[in-house]
Design a binder for this molecule. Structure first.
Ligand SMILES: Cc1cc2nc3c(=O)[nH]c(=O)nc-3n(C[C@H](O)[C@H](O)[C@H](O)COP(=O)(O)OP(=O)(O)OC[C@H]3O[C@@H](n4cnc5c(N)ncnc54)[C@H](O)[C@@H]3O)c2cc1C
Length: 454
């Protein structure tokens, strides 16, 4: 049994804590069974956004005619598109792993870890323990129990981001952001997309108006089966066939590829966290207090496995708090999740911060709301964005900004100024009384807040 000062399980945002501990002179074990850098680098944010940029370029070319440019695409170099992303993330992952090996205070365990007793883990043939343990083991794609699924070629986002051959026809099951982003990626590059989703609207976590508009746009772009359930999967000559029911009607769909994008499950089961006495919620997410300490003193958890906001910037924020709280036991700070934003890099883009209007209503907040269309601004009209809008929410009495929901071009960037204002707990005047570059796209944000009823 080898004893360390700290064990960190997972090399995603967990590395923020392990590197600080190692730099302070602690002996640290880092356990990672996959490539270093975790989901974001290897199977998530980075490769998906690199691939989606190719889709965005294609879309720009296809829309060129709207601006008087006659352009023709002569081909898609699929190998190049995939290789650009894969080479970048693989070399980054190698560099991160190398950096960990080289640190004199870090011991890397390249194997699956699982708890076997109090603060004790088995990794490969070894047993290790530490008084301080950080669980940052993330999540994996959920696989559904569908009749026949085991016999058909099915992929998740893990494989979809490294697919050696572009599918001709792809069925995507799911209606969340991963389904939406991957439909855009494959669809813009020419794959025939069918989305099968059990809900009545895509992106149902978003503000209702945004989700409805997004669903309308995807209805124009793709074959969309809403309120639909996959009953059975079968292999056929071309690939797969799915039996789907929608509003009581049976359909048979065929495709050469099938992507499951139906959520993520926490890796707490593989880790057997119960063996060290850690409590999880009904979904298997590790329970923590506001400082991110689990019910076992000295064991901390952060990132997706905690299941609060399953986003990289949230995992990084939590890692900074865990590092602070471990090294400042007398001065612990509760995580400030105020104004946690997110963006969906589909087409159209979606970005959001703060409660949706439905949540604001359910919480009984005293709010005012206003919506402004991109097309009613000079830049929105010049780029022909006819679907985009910004929805702003503020407190009726104090004017404090409560939230903002955007669908349309560059939504992921437009949201940032609202996040910055909200993190400072500012009033709408921080936006309405500022000076905006004319005629730039952020004017649509200013007009949305400027149109709030007084
Ligand atoms: C397709 C996709 C696109 C995404 N796009 C975005 C985006 O645009 N923006 C955004 O903010 N977020 C995005 N995310 C989410 C983001 O990737 C995660 O929120 C983030 O990576 C979580 O970090 P983490 O450190 O908690 O976990 P992870 O990064 O998942 O790290 C956990 C690590 O633990 C390892 N591990 C797990 N169990 C064990 C074990 N028992 N033994 C050893 N090692 C183990 C895993 O191999 C993994 O490397 C995306 C996710 C996906 C899937």
């Amino acid at each position: 049994m080898t004893k360390f000062d700290m064990i960190v399980i997972g090399s995603g945002s967990g590395l923020e804590v392990s590197s600080e501990a190692a730099d302070r002179g602690l002996s640290v074990a880092v356990i990672e069974h996959g490539p270093f850098g975790g989901t974001c680098l290897n199977r998530g944010c980075i490769p998906s956004k690199m691939l989606i940029h190719s889709a965005d370029v294609m879309e720009t070319i296809r829309r060129a005619e709207l601006f008087g440019i006659k352009a023709q695409v002569v081909g898609v170099d699929w190998d190049f598109i995939i290789k650009r992303a894969v080479d970048t993330v693989d070399s980054d992952a190698t560099a991160v792993e190398e950096g960990n090996h080289q640190h004199p205070n870090i011991t890397v365990f390249k194997a699956t870890g699982r708890f076997v007793g109090h603060k004790t883990l088995e990794v490969g043939d070894e047993r290790i323990m530490a008084e301080t343990i950080v669980i940052a083991a993330g999540t994996r794609p959920r696989i559904l129990d569908i009749d026949g699924l085991a016999d058909v070629p099915v992929m998740t986002s893990d494989e979809a981001l490294r697919l050696p051959k572009q599918p001709r026809k792809l069925i995507i099951m799911g209606g969340g952001y991963i389904a939406a982003e991957l439909a855009h990626f494959f669809g813009a590059l020419g794959t025939d997309i069918t989305i099968v989703y059990r809900g009545s609207r895509l992106l149902r976590q978003e503000d209702d108006d945004v989700a409805s508009r997004f669903t309308e746009v995807y209805q124009r772009r793709f074959n969309l089966l809403l309120n639909a359930h996959v009953r059975r999967a079968q292999r056929n000559n071309d690939g797969i066939s799915l039996e789907v029911t929608q509003d009581g009607q049976a359909h048979t769909l065929t495709a050469d590829a099938f992507l499951l994008a139906v959520g993520r499950v926490p890796n707490s089961d593989v880790l057997e966290v119960e063996k060290t006495g850690i409590e999880t919620d009904s979904g298997g997410f590790v329970r923590t207090n506001e400082y991110l300490e689990t019910n076992v003193s000295g064991i901390w958890a952060l990132g997706d496995i905690v299941g609060r906001y399953m986003l990289k910037h949230s995992a990084n924020l939590e890692a900074a708090y865990v590092a602070h709280n471990i090294f400042n036991a007398a001065d612990m700070v509760a995580v400030d999740y105020h104004a946690m934003p997110h963006a969906i890099f589909a087409s159209p883009q979606v970005a959001s911060v703060g409660p949706t209007e439905r949540v604001a209503r359910e919480k009984g907040l005293n709010y005012v709301v206003s919506t402004y269309d991109y097309y009613d601004t000079a830049f929105g009209a010049s780029i022909e964005d006819k679907d985009g809008f910004v929805k702003a929410l503020a407190d009726k009495e104090s004017g404090e900004i409560l939230g903002c929901h955007i669908i349309g071009s560059e939504a992921s960037m437009l949201i940032q100024e609202v996040v910055n204002a909200m993190r400072m707990r500012l009033n709408v005047r921080a936006i309405t009384q500022s000076v905006y570059v004319h005629p730039a796209l952020p004017e649509v944000v200013q007009r949305a807040f400027g149109s709030l009823p007084a």
